[in-house]
Design a protein around this ligand. Sequence first.
Ligand SMILES: [Zn+2]
Length: 73
Amino acid sequence: MPDLSEDFRLPVGCRYCGSHRMRVSEVHNPDDKVFCASCNHYVCLYADAKQILEKGPGSESEALLEEAANRHS
Ligand SMILES: [Zn+2]
């Protein structure tokens, strides 16, 4: 299996390093894990990232990311 992954920009930064560059599998399954492209910490699932992308930057997105991180860690 080749390592197929792609980078994208999340409106909310990584809670460990603040980077907005995230990495996810190219397949884009809702339960694919999204990792920070900079420090490689687990951030959230792709389904969560999609919701955050739809909402854009703001406190609602921050709360979503926080909840997603706590749910899966
Ligand atoms: Zn990071």
